[in-house]
Design a binder for this molecule. Structure first.
Ligand SMILES: NC(=O)c1ccc[n+]([C@@H]2O[C@H](COP(=O)([O-])OP(=O)(O)OC[C@H]3O[C@@H](n4cnc5c(N)ncnc54)[C@H](OP(=O)(O)O)[C@@H]3O)[C@@H](O)[C@H]2O)c1
Length: 289
């Protein structure tokens, strides 16, 4: 049986990956501030700011595959502490990648569509990245350094993820639905474009990738390029919730503390070409939540 180590099991993506991975192997998943339990998953505490602990845990477990989903994902908090962001998102990723290379095990690390400044949109893997904020810089620097220490790594730039968490994390789709159910208004950007991907679809795609012989960089997102308002409308219609509570606004009009890309949509044709798992549309994905 193959042994999988999933960092960030207590998070949104890692939780879903862990739940699906039990069908194909022995699963170990890490947590940090939030503990969780899951059938057939062995949990362990891993602190990404502790290099010795990371190395010791990986050397003890000797996994066949590592899916590194753990990261400091609070974009606003990252902006106020660039050193800690670098430590958690880049340095820890490099240590895990080094260990994966020593063990000669499959290694997949998650990056983000936020490595792009959002001026162009429909970004391909060959487009030049230019992060707009500290979080994006930490992800792009991690990509670069991972490639140096682990040339056979799979680096996935993930789009905005929606759906419901099973262990932790919070998604924007959940927040929209909760507010509409309470009869509250939801303010949504009409000028921020992304290619949202359902969390379960993400987990299936990542597990297919780690079991394939693919190496290198891949953009992973859904097939639809939408703004937040369009996403909100699809969600409201699918769930029979009031569309008139969705209030459009413009991100470019706001004086945001942390810069975010206006159009971080990604071209996912490479993922479509190499993966058998279909990329689920937002209409289909929202219905399944
Ligand atoms: N969600 C998205 O829309 C999205 C979009 C693009 C890229 N990504 C990337 O996809 C990956 C997964 O994202 P996600 O949404 O699943 O994130 P998430 O829900 O915020 O989960 C983050 C995970 O990282 C762990 N973690 C955070 N700080 C840690 C530390 N210092 N030491 C050890 N573990 C730590 C958390 O553990 P505790 O909670 O137990 O502390 C949690 O398990 C990340 O690399 C993220 O950058 C996500």
């Amino acid at each position: 049986m193959r042994r999988f180590l999933i960092t960030g099991g207590s998070g949104l993506v890692g939780g879903h990956v862990a739940q699906k991975a039990v069908r194909i192997g022995e699963v170990f998943a890490t947590m940090h501030a939030h503990s969780f339990e899951m059938d057939d998953v062995q949990t362990l505490c891993m602190d990404l700011s502790n290099p010795d602990q990371i190395r010791e845990q990986i050397r003890t477990l000797r996994p066949d595959a590592i899916l590194h989903t753990a990261a400091w994902t609070d974009v606003d908090a990252c902006e106020s502490d660039p050193n800690l962001t670098d430590r958690i998102n880049r340095q820890a990723s490099v240590i895990i990648a080094e260990e994966a290379a020593c063990l000669n095990c499959r290694f997949l690390a998650l990056s983000s569509d936020m490595v792009f400044d959002g001026r162009k949109g429909r970004y391909k893997e060959t487009d030049v990245a230019n992060p707009p904020n500290v979080y994006g810089h930490s992800k792009l620097n991690a990509e670069h350094d991972i490639r140096v220490v682990c040339p056979r790594a799979i680096i996935v730039r993930l789009a905005l993820v929606y759906g419901n968490p099973i262990t932790g994390g919070r998604t924007f789709s959940q927040a929209i639905e909760e507010k509409l159910r309470k009869g509250e208004s939801v303010i949504l950007f009409e000028d921020q474009y992304r290619t949202p991907i359902l969390v379960q679809n993400t987990a299936d795609l990542l597990l297919e990738l780690i079991q394939s012989d693919f190496t290198g960089l891949l953009h992973l997102g859904g097939p639809d390029r939408v703004n937040r308002m369009e996403f909100g409308r699809v969600l409201a219609r699918a769930k029979g919730l009031p569309e008139d509570k969705l209030i459009p606004t413009s991100m470019s009009m706001l004086d945001l503390k942390v810069r975010r890309p206006l159009d971080a949509s990604m071209d996912v044709s490479k993922a479509r070409h190499i993966l058998k798992t279909p990329l689920i549309s937002i209409h289909e994905g929202i219905k399944s939540i």
